[in-house]
Design a protein around this ligand. Sequence first.
Ligand SMILES: Nc1ncnc2c1ncn2[C@@H]1O[C@H](COP(=O)(O)OP(=O)(O)O)[C@@H](O)[C@H]1O
Ligand SMILES: [Mg+2]
Length: 311
Amino acid sequence: MNEKKVVLKAEKLNKHFGKKHIIKDVSFDVFEGEIFGFLGPNGSGKTTTIKMIMGLLDIDTGFVQIGGFDREKNFEDSLAQIGGIIENPDTYSYLSGYKNLEIYSRLRGKVDKTRIAEVIKLVGLEKRIMDKVKTYSLGMKQRLGLAQAILHHPKVLVLDEPTNGLDPAGIKELRDILKYLSHEEGIAVFVSSHILSEMELLCDRVCIIDAGKVLKTESIGQITDSGNNESDYEFIIGDESVALQKIQEIMPERYRSNTQNKFILAANEEEVPEVIKMLCSADLKIFGVIPSVRTLEQSFMEITGGGNVIV
Ligand SMILES: Nc1ncnc2c1ncn2[C@@H]1O[C@H](COP(=O)(O)OP(=O)(O)O)[C@@H](O)[C@H]1O
Ligand SMILES: [Mg+2]
């Protein structure tokens, strides 16, 4: 990952609205070909940061570089490297999807018919592209917005909460398209969300923001595994009340928690056979042993100290 090129850089961004300090020293690097999640609860500063990146809001202090170009010093060159959807994509609903793409393409310079056909295929709108946009589902409108955003071959694609309002099928379609664009086409995808489970399925790395501050930027694997030297294992044991009493007698230091007949016990992998032996000697029946993996949600709760999380 370190050899990869940084295509979007935010360095110590700060923003005030009136006297309120909203964005506080926000920094991150986004690499080519990755899906980078910007995860934080509502009101944490995601949209404000994204507007600063896209050139829609002035930056108080700090800087943004897109494809190596400074957003302030090289405004047009930097914006040529980025495409995005912020809040609802703008479309003429009484025109066809195709006409919308043509108009947008003209705004960007010239109409490149080959590229228009290419993006229609990428977002899977071939069958419906000649229909009026007002007949599209929300998911189709999102995909048309995505097609607009990548028409000019940007190096970075920025999407602010793109799954809002989509049904599970629409979310899966969007996820597949974004994975293709990043992993196959090499575009860096920057996507914000307040929904942990979606980020876990979609992103390669996640930057967690809360109250305008970056708390952590890590790969999904690191976030779900970190600090897990002594792993926890889930032991499925028959007869809950007897088991609870015996576990507290023979290995109180290992006991973590239980729900119904599932007990979470602390053990390293190599200790598991020993723990099983001890449980069997105490006449407990073991129906299964499962390594318990920390979820992004648990990590998020630990990092932010809990609260305001949607799973
Ligand atoms: N134009 C504005 N004027 C004053 N406060 C604003 C403005 N835009 C956003 N805010 C405040 O900034 C904070 C961050 O908002 P926002 O970036 O929209 O968060 P998010 O996108 O993470 O939900 C919120 O407290 C919001 O009320
Ligand atoms: Mg927002």
